[in-house]
Design a protein around this ligand. Structure first.
Ligand code: SF4
Ligand code: ZN
Ligand code: ZN
Length: 298
């Protein structure tokens, strides 16, 4: 198979684009998709200080690598979740990455702070991923606020976001459907804008980019992901995509083209913000969900 753009041998075929590319032209395609996403959703510009949330996985490391290469002002932010060997391995990947590319990351260590995810899981008695989501959101907001970042970027890709959309549609959950935007505006003084620049790319495409560009990442799945419904939704979408290439992209994009505005309008009317009675961060509750979780540990 030949590259669509030149006569070189193609290294990857993208069925949803009906195209095959060599390394050089796949990189060109990939960067164009990221640029399109940033532009389409007006995510940030070169004057913004961007905090890139990294996990040691392919998506966040590829995102950081690219934004840095494109000339944006970026700093990485890594949370050591304290999930045994998985967290140790992912930290090593982050350290190797920052050393290789001469980058700096802010590191938050939940074990040192006294609330690693497994300990929270015992006290709160909810699925680890729901606890982890609350903790990550809390520290993303806190670190971004304390370090004066303008925007928080995460490596969510098209597979992640179309699976999340499917889950929210199956429940017809208006509050969650109003938060699907890949560019969520800042809220109050503390909560910074959140963006997802890889939204036009699939997990497979991000993995291929990492491989072709020497970005080493953790391939182990988090042990807590077993039983997470997001994996089930991803499986359903992968099976549809295999018979009907382009399904994920169509499903996700048509949501924004057709009905997303209705959910946004609904949520704007209802939003009321407080300052958390314990930590002072902005919250939709009088005591934020994170501080409530910590209280249960006492
Ligand atoms: Fe956190 Fe769940 Fe992801 Fe593990 S799988 S990192 S617990 S959200
Ligand atoms: Zn080519
Ligand atoms: Zn709080």
């Amino acid at each position: 198979m030949k590259c669509r753009k030149c006569s070189e041998k193609a290294l990857i075929t993208l069925r949803r684009h009906n195209a095959s590319f060599c390394k050089e032209h796949f990189n060109e395609f990939f960067i164009k998709q990221v640029e399109k996403g940033i532009k389409e959703y007006k995510m940030f510009d070169f004057s913004d200080k961007i905090m890139v949330c990294i996990s040691g996985g392919k998506d966040s490391l590829v995102l950081w690598y690219l934004l840095h290469k494109m000339g944006y002002e970026t700093t990485g932010m890594y949370i050591n979740l304290g999930i045994g060997e998985y967290s140790e391995k992912s930290l090593r990947k982050v350290e190797a990455f920052t050393e290789k590319f001469g980058l700096k990351a802010v590191i938050v260590n939940l074990t040192e702070l006294g609330h690693p995810i497994p300990l929270l899981e015992k006290s709160v008695k909810r699925h680890a991923c729901s606890i982890c989501g609350i903790a990550k959101r809390y520290y993303f907001n806190k670190v971004a606020y304390e370090n004066n970042f303008d925007v928080v970027a995460t490596g969510h890709n098209l597979d992640d976001e179309s699976a999340r959309l499917l889950g929210n549609v199956l429940k017809w959950d208006p509050a969650y459907l109003s938060k699907m935007d890949p560019n969520l505006p800042e809220e109050g003084d503390y909560i910074k804008r959140k963006v997802k620049p890889l939204i036009r790319l699939t997990e497979l495409e991000v993995g291929a980019f990492a491989f072709m560009n020497g970005i080493d990442y953790i391939t182990d799945e988090c042990p807590k992901s077993v039983g997470a419904t997001s994996m089930l939704y991803k499986g359903v979408l992968n099976s549809l995509e295999s018979d009907m290439p382009g399904t994920k992209h169509y499903f996700y994009n048509e949501f924004f083209r057709t009905v997303a505005d209705r959910f946004r309008a609904d949520s704007e009317e209802k939003t009321e913000m407080y300052n958390c009675a314990v930590c002072g961060m902005e919250s939709f509750l009088e005591t934020c969900s994170f501080c409530k979780m910590l209280e249960k540990m006492k």
